[in-house]
Ligand binder design. Sequence first.
Ligand code: MIC
Ligand code: SF4
Length: 650
Amino acid sequence: MGKSITYKILAKHLRSGKLVPGQEIGITIDQTLTQDATGTMAYLQFEAMGIPKVKTELSVSYVDHNTLQQGFENADDHRYLQSVAGRYGIYFSRPGNGICHQVHLERFGKPGKTLLGSDSHTPTGGGIGMLAIGAGGLDVAVAMGGGEFFIIAPNVVKVELTGKLRPWVSAKDVILHILGIISTKGNVNTVLEYSGEGVATLSVPERATITNMGAETGVTTSIFPSDAVTRQFLAAQGRRDDWKKMTADADAEYSRVISVNLSAVEPMAATPHSPGNVVTVKSLAGKKVDQVAIGSCTNSSLKDLMIAGKLLEGKRVHDNISLIVAPGSRQVFSMIAKNGTLKSLIDAGARIMESACGFCIGLGQAPQTGAVSLRTSNRNFEGRSGTASAGVYLVSPETAALAAIAGEFVDPLSMPSGEFPGIMLPKKFTVDDSMIIPPLPNPEAIQIVRGPNIGQPPANTPLSNDLSGVAGIKVADKITTDHIMPAGSRLKYRSNIKKYAEFVFESVDPDFSAAAAKIRDEGKAVFIVAGESYGQGSSREHAALCPMFLGVKAVLAKSFERIHAANLVNFGIVPLAFADPRDYDRIEKGDELEIRDITGSLDKDILIGDKTKNINITLRASLSRRQREIVIAGGLLNYTNAKASGTGKA
Ligand code: MIC
Ligand code: SF4
């Protein structure tokens, strides 16, 4: 039986375990990336490991999330990150150089390599034929130290592309169409692998839009073949030698096949408040719009901005619309400045932002009360825009630009096909890496700069054998890590866990943090009770680290998303799934809960006693042996230290 691209790359990088779907494997990571919002913790943890220099082929630290710098905190983080990069042999992409995923695709990604990033949209690299996976910062720190990265060997789903996109239909519509098929839940431990004759019709940035937003389905990653189109893209970036052909064997085995006829894909939109709420743009035509934002790591490539520029050329933004444009990288910014796109956008009334995440993470450009905001980004979770009452619709640059002119949704397919501005990618991109500081020749001389915002990550204690405490909160299905740890104006506290922990579940239950701290201070455990797909979205490990700080010892949920479940384990919180999901209904907030001999029963059914209701409920941990040892040790750092000093059971 032949191999998929995914299994070819996994086989080359396998360090431990059996390459059988469903089994835990350890793989070698060739490249890592971090961004500033998750990076500070990752590097503090890396420093704690005492390794003199990163052991990867390439590690890059990007500053792209917290670039607004209201107050000293973000600037402190940036200086810390720059000095740590210099000290440990890491490339440093300075603020202003662009969004990590866009820049990595342009300047560093290589077909056939593995990339681990402390950001859930790391799969953008799949557009160039890399196996690119998002993870918590601690896992990335371990990989930088040369440690294995552990995942469940995935099921590979083949997405067979036929046909060719029609004018006015774009890559964003393809991934929204796929989200309409497989939704945002139930896809853990899966890879979406693209194949078929339609692949060759898509450019690398279009493929990257698709793999980027594949993250919203909850899959481990998505990957495209590396072909002549990839070679041309790399050559245009001056990186012809980085190309390598990557294709699946003709008889490769897949767990499922999804067929998508590109010629039949329609312009789509994800409606509030989930990327999985997908409808056709046609069904929204005529709906009034208040804000349009073009950018983010999903749709901020040269082509995306040129389409918007062409559509807006000689036109004016509608009087009721605020149009925001944020180029994905300094390369894109500089090229649109030279080719006239920037002038068209400015003349049309666009508000130009820096090359950064910005509006996508709720840092600025919060829309008005009750607004309809059209964005080319990938997440429309409630409140993420900074305005709780706003409804965010996720659309293509084409749909966004047409709405900016008309002041309402316009079905792009209602436009004459002859008016579609076909954009060709240039034979050569403008390459200027001067905002990327390469590893320095004398790293020992670098002093690490720590401002008052840089706090050490809190330590955890080993798991007690008997856990007795209180259900501190009960939440519904599809709770995202944005619900658990808000970003936006709270982002600046990412390096200060004590302060950031004050905002755990802020939008769901503003009293949770203080109440949990009280339970913790009484010496009791805090439990979280949750529904399906707990921990969707961002990779932010703060969604485990801050609850850990508040004394959370276990999360009882109907199901978990991959990255968050791994983060819980890394910080010594036990993820427990209800054996019978109906038991979720039997526990209430405030119930007194007790688990006896938890350390001895992690590999069996676990009984939790609800002393308030006088009932017992069965839960399961579904952890590998390694993960069981980690939670018992109180988290990955304790486990690794114990192993290193030879005192651990491991
Ligand atoms: C996001 O898009 O939610 C983020 C902000 O990029 C996160 C990372 C973070 O929370 O810092 C992600 O996607 O992992
Ligand atoms: Fe940045 Fe938004 Fe992309 Fe996250 S999804 S990396 S916040 S642009």
